[in-house]
Design a protein around this ligand. Structure first.
Ligand code: ADP
Length: 936
């Protein structure tokens, strides 16, 4: 904020600048947020001697909420000054650094001050008031030391020196632990272990423990410089990818079924076994869906002990230990997206013993207002995390499901018979649509579980998620049918219609009210009996909290959505507009928070700031299933369950809703700016609408919808597009009337996704796939098809996993496609060999205008080969070989290219190792050239 534009700062003094922005600064200061940033600024101003002590004391009495919201950078080091000559001044000059250093070690410092007689017990108590965060406690300590004078300051400095030389040994901490704390740890470990030992989806069968089946998912984090890093499970809590040092909440986000709960469960289990998170003394696992059912006001102490584990002895002592050692505790919150109330930071609460409503407790823990210093890991679907929560996140880790190798590994773990595992893997490879679904672990679980139905040859080969969920429905009914070995009759759905409707009603009512856990009473009210429950769609809640009554949940949230969809489609009594309302829900929610879709049994007390966000993703999945169930493919199955006229009416409603939804998007397309392409930046629900159209599997619907879209560029960056979404996109986009540029940068398309995109490649003049985890194999398939597509002219593949093994395919493309314009392969692993292969293709090409190889390793010989191949090019305009280890030999070769080229305008050569000789060659060449405008 302070450098509000160069223009301003050149004409104004800093003082004027602050005066001019006074209103904005005040607004930020008085807004919500923690007091930490302002305190940091005060530390810095004190250290720089800008603020005198008296002024500091008068500012310090500002109410906390007025000191909030500013962020003034991370580093507070004071540079370019002489070291101060007294201990008091040293503490002042180092204050910003000391606040960080000491906040995990306040006890030690206080002890030192006590033993040297500089502090009294009363002084220590005043510093350690539980309402202060650890950083605030350090500041109080430093203030008090200053007040006590030079001797105290010297004692503190001496203590700091000692701790610098003797790094703390984690085991020492345990030596000081009381028997009660150790006993509690033991109890907590064993109950966490018991709770996380097996997966609920395998609950009934008792066949698998988590150890047997757990397969690593893909974890990614984007660091401060925008680079994507891959993480291991141990890094979730570690420092990798940290964006905000002052925050303690790590968010793991991923789509429904991507394995978030399972990942947490794995963390819990490994902690309980002391195999991971060994520095965490106590781990408290919470489930947000279960917290929804807690209507009492609780204190932090009650939350921990009632919901996780009850200390048999020394409750106060154990709790005090947690308060004193926040850095030794870890809280996890599974399914933040399922918490009834959306996150808000409006109500501040920092007292660990005061009882407050659960949302206040939860939100203050996440923000760090309460129990600052305790690490928190929360999971959520990405849509449910708004900007108000994002500012309190230490980092956001994306869970992207299984890699192709992960799918194989999972199938092998699931089937102990290797021959069976092989058959399942082969059948997946033969049906790449199904394979792409398997990237989402929950689908992979179903597909693997229903392998018999799958291999046994169904009427309908599964292509959509609805197909997959019908498979699991059939599987469960079959398991319980009297002739359990026999195949279910054609009318199996009709036979079980009564149960399906009862489960469906429960599911839908739950979704509408953000309710995912049901009491026995609620089941009864819906007419569900023991035999319905025993089918296995509902399972007992695995719960650590102290409650007597049994509670149930659906095997997975997606299964609850599926039953809700079955209810919407099959219920004869539903009102006529139920389908349309389901599809419109999200638009309505955006325009008016108070209106709810399908809202006939909504608890009005849960209206909250962001509460609408909770249901939207689930209703979207439900709508997707509704589209799938109404597909012509399932006409026969539904025939006896639903009168044809009713079905037809519902189909029409879906089609109309989808078409209207698309219209909204198309209307949002701005008029093209002069000289620019007409471009559409997809809004979040665009991909969802496309997926619904795909579920319907009706070409004419896809065709009609797309006929109205008239753009030259379609931008879908950062849209969580994986292989499943690629299948749907290609299915719909192939009907576009005119070629488009399809921009899919920063998604997780992967090789399987690339293969799914092939059906729409003919309609793409440009394909942007930067940062998408694509390897040589994906490129091979892409180019094989691309070569035959007349319109396909540009590709951008910056930051993927490409090596020299893909360059031969590009060479072939360049040779055979004399209208190809742009090839960008930056930040991959292409060496001189790859460059030589590319050169081979380039020497036959007379169309390429842009060639980007930034951040590879082509070296001198690669540059020489390219230069020789491009010498005769009459089209090349732009060439980038930045950061490629090119030396003077390469530069001299490129100089020849410059001297001959009549078209080259820009040559990028930064970050290489070109010496004087190379530069002189380039300068000489430039004298002969008239087209080059820039050489970097
Ligand atoms: P989410 O919490 O993201 O909705 P879950 O963790 O509940 O997803 O996963 C759904 C199901 O998928 C699990 O019950 C399990 O059967 C399977 N699954 C998810 N992740 C894994 C994994 N890492 N290893 C093995 N199976 C998994």
């Amino acid at each position: 904020m302070l450098d509000g534009g160069n223009e301003m700062s050149t004409t104004m003094t800093a003082h004027q600048l602050i005066l001019k922005q006074r209103a904005e600064l005040l607004a930020v200061l008085c807004g919500g947020g923690s007091a930490e940033p302002l305190d940091c600024v005060l530390d810095l101003l004190l250290a720089c001697e800008v603020l005198v002590w008296e002024d500091y004391l008068s500012i310090r009495v500002l109410p906390e909420e007025q000191k909030a919201g500013l962020c003034f950078g991370k580093e507070c080091a004071v540079v370019g000054k002489d070291r101060p000559d007294t201990a008091t001044l040293t503490l002042l000059a180092d204050r910003p650094v000391l606040v960080r250093k000491l906040r995990d070690n306040i006890d030690g410092a206080l002890n030192a001050l006590l033993t040297t007689g500089c502090f009294t017990i009363k002084d220590c108590d005043a510093v350690q008031l539980p309402v202060y965060t650890p950083s605030q406690q350090v500041r109080k300590l430093l203030d008090q030391v200053r007040f006590k004078g030079e001797t105290a300051a010297k004692a503190l400095l001496q203590y700091l020196e000692q701790t610098e030389t003797t790094r703390p040994n984690p085991e020492d901490k345990e030596n000081h632990l009381s028997a009660n704390c150790l006993l509690y740890q033991k109890k907590l470990r064993s109950s966490v272990a018991a709770q996380s030992h097996s997966l609920s989806t395998y609950g009934g069968t008792g066949r698998f423990s988590l150890d047997d089946i757990y397969t690593d998912g893909l974890l990614e984090v984007t660091d401060g410089s925008g680079e994507t890093l891959t993480l291991g499970l141990e890094d979730v809590v570690g420092p990798l990818g940290t964006l905000n040092e002052d925050a303690d909440t790590v968010l793991v986000s991923g789509e429904a079924g991507s394995g978030k709960s399972t990942l947490l469960q794995r963390l819990h289990l490994l902690w309980a076994r002391e195999a991971l998170l060994t520095n965490t003394f106590l781990l408290f696992p919470f489930s947000c869906r279960k917290l929804n059912a807690e209507h009492r006001e609780l204190s932090l102490k009650e939350l921990l002990f009632l919901h996780c584990c009850w200390p048999d002895r020394g409750q106060d002592e154990v709790f005090q230990f947690i308060l004193d050692h926040p850095n030794l505790a870890l809280f996890t919150f599974d399914g933040l997206d399922e918490f009834k109330q959306g996150f808000t930071d409006e109500e501040r609460h920092c007292c660990p013993t005061k009882q407050v409503p659960i949302p206040v407790l939860l939100f203050n823990l996440l923000q760090g207002t309460l129990m600052k210093g305790v690490m928190k890991v929360a999971t959520s679907r990405p849509q449910a995390v708004g900007p108000s929560l994002k500012r309190y996140l230490r980092k956001e880790v994306l869970l992207k499901g299984f890699s192709p190798g992960g799918i194989d590994c999972f199938v092998k773990k699931h089937h102990s018979d290797p021959a069976m595992a092989r058959r399942v893997i082969e059948s997946l490879q033969a049906n790449t649509v199904l394979l792409s679904l398997c990237h989402i672990p929950v689908f992979c679980w179903i597909v693997t579980k229903c392998h018999q139905e799958l291999l046994g040859g169904q009427d309908v080969i599964p292509q959509t998620i609805t197909d997959v969920y019908l498979l699991v429905l059939q599987h469960f009914f079959q398991r319980k049918s009297p002739q359990s070995q026999g195949v279910l009759g054609k009318a199996w759905l009709e036979e079980h219609l009564d149960t399906v409707l009862k489960l469906g009603q429960l599911a839908l009512e739950g979704l509408e009210t953000s309710c995912y856990v049901f009491s026995g009473y609620e089941l009864q009210r819906n007419g569900l009996k023991e035999q319905d429950v025993s089918l296995g769609f509902l399972i007992y809640c695995n719960d650590l909290s102290v409650t007597d009554c049994k509670r149930y949940e659906f095997l997975h949230i997606t299964l609850q959505c599926f039953f809700a969809a079955l209810y919407v489609v099959l219920n004869r009594n539903s009102d006529r507009s139920a389908v349309s309302r389901l599809f419109q829900s999200q638009y309505r929610q955006l325009s008016s928070l108070s209106q709810r879709c399908l809202g006939h049994c909504i608890d009005s007390s849960v209206e909250g700031v962001e509460s609408h966000v909770t249901e939207t993703p689930n209703l979207q999945i439900t709508a997707q299933f509704v589209s799938g169930l109404l597909s012509q493919r399932h006409h026969n199955l539904l025939l006896e369950c639903c009168p044809i006229a009713v079905r037809e009416r519902k189909v029409k409603q879906v089609v109309k809703s989808l078409s209207k939804g698309m219209q909204r998007h198309f209307k949002s397309i701005p008029r093209p700016v002069e000289g620019e392409k007409k471009s559409m930046h997809a809004m979040p629900s665009f991909v969802w609408l496309i997926k619904c159209i795909y579920e319907m599997q009706d070409n004419s619907i896809a065709q009609e919808t797309m006929a109205k879209l008239d753009v030259e560029h379609l931008k879908l960056t950062y849209c969580n597009i994986g292989p499943v979404e690629c299948t749907a996109l290609a299915y719909v986009l192939k009907y576009l009337r005119n070629p488009v540029g399809l921009q899919l940068d920063n998604n997780s398309v992967g090789d399987v996704g690339v293969e799914q995109l092939l059906p729409c490649l003919h309609i793409c003049h440009s394909l942007y796939l930067r940062n998408n985890n694509i390897s040589d194999e994906g490129i091979r398939k892409l180019l094989e098809k691309g070569m035959k597509c007349e319109s396909f002219q540009k590709i951008a593949l910056f930051n993927n996993n490409l090596t020299d093994a893909c360059t031969q395919h590009f060479a072939l493309l360049l040779k055979s496609k004399q209208n190809f314009l742009s090839l960008r392969l930056g930040n991959n692993n292409i060496t001189s060999q790859g460059a030589e292969q590319l050169a081979e293709g380039l020497s036959y090409n007379q169309s390429l205008e842009f060639l980007g190889l930034w951040g590879n390793k082509i070296g001198d010989s690669g540059a020489e080969a390219l230069a020789a191949a491009l010498k005769n090019s009459t089209t090349l305009i732009w060439l980038s070989l930045v950061d490629n280890g090119v030396g003077s030999a390469g530069a001299c070769a490129l100089a020849k290219l410059i001297s001959q080229s009549k078209t080259l305008e820009q040559l990028w050569l930064n970050k290489n190792c070109i010496s004087r000789e190379g530069v002189e060659c380039l300068i000489e060449a430039l004298k002969m050239n008239s087209s080059v405008k820039e050489v970097w």
